[in-house]
Design a protein around this ligand. Structure first.
Ligand SMILES: Nc1ncnc2c1ncn2[C@@H]1O[C@H](COP(=O)(O)OP(=O)(O)OP(=O)(O)O)[C@@H](O)[C@H]1O
Ligand SMILES: [Mg+2]
Length: 626
């Protein structure tokens, strides 16, 4: 169904306005105002219509009291000048007496106008809220995408997702519901009390004195019960975490026969969660009944004081009806006010959580960043690196040169710093100035435009990640409109073509949750194909052949060699056979270079490389014999 008014879509101009510069939001308000850009006018309009609704709601009790007192009865009409003019225009009270229906129509008309204002209020509010929330999501996503890899490795994905979903919803509710309701209620209270005071101020006081009592009671209750609601949220989170963990880790659960243990863990948490809710509901029931009693006293006070005033002749029957109507209008909003005020503070925490994201510094290029040719020598010049929160150096004084167009192998045990070396080359981690430098063609990589660097230095990650898309989309992910034949060529070179063809949907096979699950080796080969299709001047294969058998390994190496042409290739591996044909091999050990040279040179040196070679050859022989 297409309802233009409720189109939930931010203005295109608003999306165009989204900023890409690093800004710092010093206060929560400054961040909210930034997010509110484009939505403010809708909220302003919605408040205007809300005020109009309240004003229109005030009119009908007036018409009814005038009808009862002066049209049906014979009291002097107590109407404002505008009302009196309307009566005269209609031909005076006598005419109205003969056409009572016209007064009923008037009541209906005012009611219809109030309904229209309500509709416009809701429409503007929804438009404002959705524009606001869309901008928040957009800005957060854009900013998160620009945050450095280090930031992502320091912050858990679950936490970031929660900030972008439930915190965003909390802030949306705060702006579009709670704040608006607060303003609406204040306007309503002022108007209703004002109109009541105009009729009989003493009776008005009989109603007004209860307002602070009811608000205070509800405020205290909701402030006290707030933490309990947070606890129940945590309990719910724990329950879904158990469910999620068991769904994603289903293989581990089955493999270790943990079903009964996990089921019992889930049931225990479920029981706790249910018990908590029952306790909360009991508290809420107590609150509602007590609040009902307080409200009852307020109504009683107006009825008693109004009746006494009627007996003393200071209040007419129509005035009495109007007083009761105005008082009834106040009951529900006043009861809600305490809850709204108590929840205002919750939004503060959520805004602070988004401010943390928005104030995190994104990856930025220097103003005069360069785009030099990248098919040049790569030099690691006295590079040392220590991770934050790590006990010691991951790399120590590493110096070596990778001549342009050559193939270099990096061999080293687990944790020897191979990946770290490549992360630094990609600038996924920033090398501090005093810790050496990495240059390409003599240009420090810190001075190269990031996009240029990463486009030209391709890396097959040690733990490849495939998107939930088709295999051909995954292979061509880094290329603009990839051709089918290029995708096939890259897949063939990476020895994944046969496996892909064995799937019923071939290259259109979906990977991930909705499709097939690839084996570790198949994933690695898909990632290699991703790289081969774009063939950047520098290619890094970080342990990319670890999960394939030796035969496939050598086949891939041969075809990669054919395809890479003049590119510089960096091969990282644990297995010597993977990199023994490289022009130069660097042997890393505990973050230091132990040896470097060609395969033959290293063998003749009789050091660590030779020992590893002998161990691996012995292992391979034993395997062959068996
Ligand atoms: N994000 C990180 N924070 C702290 N320490 C880290 C981080 N990443 C790696 N390290 C540490 O740095 C050292 C080098 O790690 P690196 O991943 O470079 O080793 P590697 O040679 O690639 O090992 P593998 O062959 O197992 O992939 C290790 O001791 C590791 O624990
Ligand atoms: Mg590694």
């Amino acid at each position: 169904m297409y309802i233009p008014y409720f189109r939930i879509r931010a203005d295109p101009e608003l999306i165009g306005e989204l900023s890409h510069d690093m800004q710092t939001y010093r206060t929560k308000t400054s961040l909210i105002l930034y997010f509110l850009k484009g939505a403010k006018r809708y909220f302003a309009l919605s408040l205007l219509f809300a005020a109009l609704v309240s004003l229109l709601d005030m009119i009908n009790p007036k018409i009814i009291s005038f009808t009862v007192d002066s049209v049906i009865g014979s009291a002097d009409p107590k109407l404002p000048a505008f009302g009196m003019r309307l009566v005269e225009k209609a031909g005076g009270i006598e005419v109205l007496r003969q056409h009572l229906l016209s007064l009923a129509l008037m009541v209906a008309l005012v009611g219809a106008l109030a309904a229209l204002a309500r509709f416009l209020f809701r429409g503007c509010n929804a438009r404002g809220a959705e524009t606001f929330v869309e901008r928040m999501r957009c800005e957060l996503f854009r900013h998160i995408m620009r945050l450095p890899y280090v930031w992502h490795s320091e912050n858990s994905t679950g936490d970031i997702i929660q900030r972008c979903t439930s915190d965003v919803q909390t802030i949306k509710r705060f702006i579009s519901e709670q704040l608006v309701q607060l303003v609406r209620t204040v306007i309503l209270i002022l108007l209703a009390l004002g109109f009541m005071a105009g009729i009989h101020w003493k009776v008005m006081l009989g109603s007004a004195v209860f307002i602070p009592v009811i608000v205070a009671y509800s405020l205290i209750f909701h402030t006290k019960i707030g933490p309990a609601f947070e606890k129940v949220d945590v309990a719910e989170g724990a329950l879904s975490a158990i469910a999620q963990e068991n769904l994603t880790g289903v293989r581990v659960v089955r493999a270790f026969g943990r079903e009964i243990y996990e089921r019992e863990r889930f049931e225990k948490q479920n029981e706790y969660y249910t018990g908590f809710w029952i306790y909360l509901m009991r508290l809420l029931a107590m609150y509602w009944s007590t609040a009902d009693i307080l409200t009852g006293f307020q109504v009683l006070s107006v009825v008693v004081l109004g009746s006494v005033a009627c007996i003393h002749g200071t209040l007419t029957a129509g005035g009495f009806i109007a007083m009761i109507s105005y008082n009834m209008m106040l009951i529900w909003p006043v009861r809600q006010l305490g809850r709204v005020i108590s929840e205002l503070s919750k939004a503060g925490i959520s805004i602070e959580r988004l401010r943390y994201i928005m104030n995190s510094e994104p990856e930025m290029d220097k103003a005069d960043a360069l785009e030099p040719p990248m098919d040049r020598d790569i030099v690691f010049d006295h590079v040392s690196y220590t991770y934050e929160n790590a006990p010691g150096e991951a790399l120590h004084d590493i110096s070596f040169t990778i001549p342009a167009g050559s193939t270099i192998g990096i061999l080293g045990g687990t944790g020897s710093g191979k990946s770290t070396l490549m992360y630094l080359l990609e600038r996924l981690y920033i090398l501090p100035e005093e810790c050496g430098r990495i240059t390409i063609g003599g240009v420090d990589i810190a001075d190269i435009r990031l996009e240029h660097l990463r486009k030209n230095v391709g890396m097959v990650l040690q733990e490849p990640f495939l998107f939930s898309r088709t295999l051909s989309e995954n292979i061509g992910i880094a290329v603009d409109r990839p051709k089918k034949k290029d995708i096939r060529r890259a897949a063939k070179a990476a020895s994944i073509d046969d496996a892909i063809n064995s799937f019923t949907a071939g290259y259109d096979t979906f990977v991930g949750e909705r499709g097939v699950t690839l084996s570790g080796g198949q994933k690695q080969r898909t990632a290699i194909a991703q790289m081969l299709i774009r063939r950047p001047p520098v290619m890094v294969f970080d342990d990319s052949l670890s999960a394939v058998d030796a035969e496939t390994d050598s086949h891939i190496r041969r075809s990669v060699k054919k395809m890479t042409g003049s590119s510089t290739v960096i091969l990282i591996a644990h297995r010597i056979t993977t990199l023994m044909n490289a022009d130069k091999i660097i042997v890393l050990d505990k973050g230091r270079i132990r040896e470097q040279g060609t395969h033959e040179e290293l063998l003749s040196q009789g050091g660590l490389y030779r020992r590893i070679f002998e161990l691996q050859s012995a292992g391979a022989d034993a395997l062959n014999e068996s």
